[in-house]
Design a protein around this ligand. Structure first.
Ligand SMILES: [Zn+2]
Length: 286
């Protein structure tokens, strides 16, 4: 099974990052909030962790009070209890109104709601998760050591200075650490550092306060732009058009090695940092 999961596609799929997860939340929320669960039908429980056998019985007959997002986790709230959904690398949620088509390969589960609405979870590479988080169990380990959300007031230059003070790592590696700030993946870390004019290899602890303030702003800007762009795909979450719209911004640096910088024309460079491809403009970023 592991071999299957790890088998690489020739083209790496566009992994859902925070904007895609937030867009998914906004896409499904109007169809789900306030409705009761008629059933959770699991076709294939094999995800990153198996879908718990008793998950359907925990949510059957209960009302979805809200759908929240923490980092890249979607949290369906049932009173004090929550169901966690993570999209992994290739997961997607799709809303269907009756008549609902038969499940196809890689459809893992249907969340059947009153009114005949179905929210279907699809995940070819099975790195996603569906878990039950009862209030009585306290904070789930997946949510325990997460840093602030990028849009929280707590995420500011002073916080970042404190969080990075003892870090010798490159700023890009630190920015992608969920303990520093959640939801800044490889693409948006590269793009935010470009907008802030900071080279990704810069030692995290050496950044001045003004540069940290610029970085905080740049992280918010790239994520907001991506979420706004995702907003135009919201109708794709509902049948019958295509796959859920995982969208792309026009990137300044990400994936553009050797291409000319859109600002100054210099050739974009790539370096591996913490095992991840990191793109930057040698002229705009210092
Ligand atoms: Zn440039």
């Amino acid at each position: 099974m592991l071999g299957y999961i790890r088998r690489r596609n020739k083209r790496s799929p566009h992994m859902p990052e925070l904007p895609e997860v937030e867009t998914t939340r906004r896409g499904i929320a109007p169809h789900a909030i306030g409705r009761r669960v008629s059933a959770l039908t699991v076709y294939d429980p094999r995800l990153r962790w198996p879908v718990p056998r008793d998950l359907p019985s925990h949510i059957r007959g209960r009302r979805i009070d809200d759908i929240e997002r923490r980092s890249k986790y979607l949290l369906l709230r049932f009173g004090p209890d929550r169901m966690l959904v993570h999209l992994g690398m290739t997961g997607s949620l799709r809303v269907w109104h009756a008549p609902v088509p038969a499940p196809v390969k890689h459809d893992h589960a249907d969340l059947v709601l009153d009114g005949g609405i179905v929210i279907r979870y699809h995940d070819p590479r099975r790195f996603g998760a569906m878990l039950w988080l009862p209030a009585t169990a306290g904070v789930h380990p997946l949510l325990a050591s997460l840093g602030p959300e990028p849009f929280d007031d707590a995420f500011d230059a002073d916080y970042l200075r404190q969080a990075l003070r003892s870090r010798t790592a490159a700023v890009k590696v630190a920015l992608m650490d969920n303990a520093v700030v959640v939801g800044v993946g490889n693409i948006y870390a590269s793009e935010a550092l470009f907008r802030a004019g900071i080279r990704p290899t810069t030692s995290a602890r050496r950044l001045s306060r003004p540069r940290l303030a610029r970085l905080v702003g740049a992280v918010r800007t790239v994520l907001s732009e991506a979420i706004a762009k995702g907003g135009s795909t919201l109708r794709d979450y509902v049948d019958p058009t295509g796959q859920p719209g995982y969208f792309q911004l026009t990137y300044f640096v990400y994936g553009r090695e050797s291409e000319p910088c859109r600002v100054c024309g210099a050739a974009i460079r790539m370096r591996r940092l913490g095992g991840r491809a990191s793109y930057y403009c040698p002229s705009c970023q210092t």
